[in-house]
Design a binder for this molecule. Sequence first.
Ligand SMILES: [Fe+2]
Length: 419
Amino acid sequence: MQSAFEKDGFFVIRGALTEAEVDRLANPICRAFAAGEYDSHNPEKAYPEPGIYSMGPKILGEHPEIASVSLAHPTIVRAIEELFGEPAVLAQYWSIMRPPGAGVDEAGFVPGSGAHFDYKPWRCVGSFVKWMFAVIPFVDYTEDVGPLCVSPGSYHRTTVLDSDGRVHPVDAAQVPPAADVELVDPSLKKGDVVLMHGFCWHEARPNYGTTDRAGLYMKFHAQSSPPACGPWIYPSAVAEALPDEYRHLVPHHRADGQCASVRGEPVGGIDEAQLVIEDADGRILLLGDESTGYTLPGCTAAEDSGAGILDTGNVMGSVMAGAKSATGLDLPWLSWLLDVPGQLGGDSRCRVYGHRLLESAPALTAGDVTYRWLTGAEIESATAAGHVAGGDEVRRWIGMWQNQVDEEGCAVTRSFGVP
Ligand SMILES: [Fe+2]
């Protein structure tokens, strides 16, 4: 498996699930599609009309039992963690339903025209550098209903570059014109699971058949490779249903229904944000002064109003606007550090991001804002004097950012996130 995956960027585990296991997974999901309980449901053009319909992780709140035949299936998790060489974290849990006629148009489909890969620095479910898909087809992906084609070796064309000390740039491949993309049909059957490198080019073909083509498209990232936009928030019911050895797969969850979904409007489960903004010399921006006390810049967070399900949870647009009005600074990118409890109580959540500027201690232009650019030693003594709100936490976050480690102190590969 390891050598085939490294060469081709994908590997099919034949018969990873029994037919009965696939049915246990597919039945509640397909029933939900039939009931219109999927994301961005539009009654004017709804399943089963020809189209492409999708459903995020909300189904796991209603049916946590399907975790054991999908995200926590022993065969799948063992293979992924073996390929990563470290623990995995579930990023995306997304079902796609393509009824007959999906993707079919009068002009005719040109093979290769839909080839793409899913490294997306603007998505919670695409902004990591060490990750893979695990796709579970609910039916045989025949020539008729539409294969999921993959491009062998294509993932080698995208390169993760060395860190600048905080974040890793990605030299992302440009997928060539349709005629120049080599695609193969891995002939996925019900019960098979295809593991696909995150940078692997792939293409779903139209459904020319007479039956539904549906499947589950999961993404996992290595624990050492967090999403730059921050994680999707899952229903707590699924995290609680997992046996101990699989709990690490779903670390980010809420019990109050605020999980990644678009039911009417986008929901991401992120209420506010704080920012570790560093200058070119390693000083950190703190608002306030010794008399009023210091805080990190922060603001309330909001989803992008136009977000589809895969765009939920990325609140960077609102955070950048909040930072601009509070400080006058333009922050072209951010990278997620961690989530902490929010000020609203309950399950509310505050997302903490880092950013490093190219300049040294720029003067802030926003109104009459009081601020300081403080060194680590200055923050330490201000914290000791009780002048920094949550000073010990703030110092911990700065350490995570500057030392490129996670909350446990383990090394991580952060990357760039954008709205
Ligand atoms: Fe894709």
